[in-house]
Design a binder for this molecule. Structure first.
Ligand code: ATP
Length: 458
């Protein structure tokens, strides 16, 4: 797909304007680690708040928890992560490049290698005479599995008994709490449990800026329902997630739902779909995964823990292990999609160019910037700023011409600039300048909060 702007340009804008910093920069950095700066941490917070609002607060079905990152190691035996959470990697013997075998095969041939064993992948590399994406030679090591979980030790002894893992997903913290939530929430099936938290994966090929990183945040929902109703709920949640992205204003020409083919599905899954976005660095990249996981997880944890994780229907007195539908999304992936989609450059008049981030006003890092026309008006403008700050994230900008202040705010995606001028004292109105249309409107200060609230609704 044609992208109007190249990825490097967008990344450099995000770095230069304080959205994202290189991690550990003063020490020369740590490869593929990133810190979120002043604007980035606001954007991230706003994305997470919006997810929580739409998936937990406003949902009649769902509740939220916040489980620990370090979990009893048996959790990962039960979930299959110790045995199976591995990617196969190959090394190029010529240029020493290291690649994820499945990605390399898919990129070279268009064939899916998901779920294939390392031996099967070796055969695909041979049969299709795949060459190294860096040096173009065909001389690889055999594919080897590599567990993606970070290992650490608990306590003072670094021995096998003290090994723990940094969680590679937040979902298992939900499954192991199924009984606790069922007991303390009085929720009836169908209900969901969601959480937002850090996950860690020792990715073989991190990259594309914050698209694939080793430390990231996930927003996951495990939605429990009666067996037999699962496919209906699976479709419900695919639509719900797609709508969330659509309502953020993401260009629908760059969005698609990719339903996994039967042979791509995990053995326990009845259906999986990815919401994908046409990022500037690839054709399509996964943003959100929605999977019907059947009763696999609760069954596994019941078996490994010896604790029954089932549900007794209070009306029919039927007892069963609920099926689970999981929509799972990475905060940084959403962040990156939102930024790639928001970035724009346009000519204003003959020779004035502006960079503008068209963020949905509900998630823009700064909602309002208060600008006194001249420094003399600082006192009443500061009062207005303080008043608006009670309800919105506001900035105060008194430096440079009004035009320059507008440009600065366009570049970081502030939806409203409010100018306090000499007339304000007489008519009680300020000028509200809207980012996308650049229209200006006189609004009564007494109506201002409602005016803004109305326009930042999601
Ligand atoms: P991939 O195939 O890209 O490795 P996955 O299918 O393993 O991803 P899931 O385990 O389904 O991903 O994770 C759910 C979501 O978490 C993904 O859709 C993505 O948004 C996010 N995510 C997963 N791995 C990473 C990562 N390394 N960096 C950033 N976000 C990630």
């Amino acid at each position: 797909m044609d992208n109007k702007y190249n990825f490097d340009e967008i990344v450099s804008h995000l770095k230069n304007s304080g959205f994202v910093y290189q991690g550990s920069e003063i020490y020369g950095g740590l490869s593929n680690s990133w810190d979120f700066g002043i604007l980035g941490s606001w954007l991230k917070k706003n994305i997470k708040d919006l997810w929580w609002k739409e998936f937990i607060e406003r949902s009649p079905y769902n509740v939220g928890i916040d489980s620990a990152i370090l979990m009893n190691t048996k959790t990962w035996e039960a979930s299959g992560h110790i045995k199976g959470f591995a990617d196969a990697m190959v090394d190029c013997k010529e240029c020493k490049g290291r690649f994820r075998a499945d990605n390399m095969i898919e990129e070279a041939t268009g064939l899916s290698a998901e779920g294939k064993t390392p031996e099967e992948m070796d055969k695909m590399i041979e049969d299709n005479h795949i060459v190294c994406p860096v040096c173009g030679k065909h001389n690889f090591t055999s594919a080897r599995s590599f567990n993606l979980m970070f290992k650490t030790y608990i306590g003072t002894l670094e021995d096998a008994k003290s090994v723990v893992y940094l969680r590679p997903e937040t979902a298992q913290g939900i499954f192991v709490n199924f009984n606790n939530v069922a007991r303390t929430s009085r929720k009836k099936i169908p209900f969901g449990i969601g959480q937002i938290g850090k996950s860690f994966r020792n990715e073989i090929t991190p990259g594309n800026f914050i698209f694939r990183i080793r430390e990231f945040e996930q927003m996951e929902l495990e939605f429990f329902c009666q067996p037999g109703t699962d496919l209906e709920w699976y479709r419900y949640w695919v639509d719900y997630c797609y709508n969330f992205v659509k309502r953020l204003g993401i260009d629908e020409n760059k969005l698609r739902i990719r339903e996994h083919a039967q042979e791509e599905l995990a053995f326990y899954s009845k259906g999986t779909s990815d919401i994908e976005y046409a990022f500037p660095f690839t054709d399509w990249g996964e943003v959100w995964g929605i999977a019907d996981r059947t009763d696999y997880d609760l069954k596994q944890h019941s078996e490994y823990s010896g604790k029954e994780l089932s549900y007794l229907d209070p009306e029919t007195h039927e007892k069963y292990i609920p099926y689970c539908v999981e929509p799972s999304v990475g905060v940084e992936r959403l962040f990156l999609m939102i930024c790639c989609d928001a970035y724009d450059k346009e000519m204003v008049g003959e020779n004035d160019e502006r960079v503008v981030m068209h963020f949905h006003p509900a998630i823009a890092p700064v909602t309002v910037c208060v600008c006194p026309l001249v420094k003399k008006l600082a006192e009443p403008a500061t009062k207005l700023f303080e008043d608006l700050s009670q309800e919105f994230h506001c900035e105060y900008d008194a430096t440079g011409t009004i035009g320059k202040r507008y440009r600065r705010n366009d570049a970081i995606g502030t939806p409203f600039c409010i100018t306090y001028d000499f007339d304000t004292e007489n008519d009680g109105c300020v000028t509200v300048r809207e980012r996308d249309s650049m229209n200006q409107e006189r609004v009564k200060i007494t109506d201002l909060k409602d005016y803004i609230k109305d326009r930042i609704k999601f």
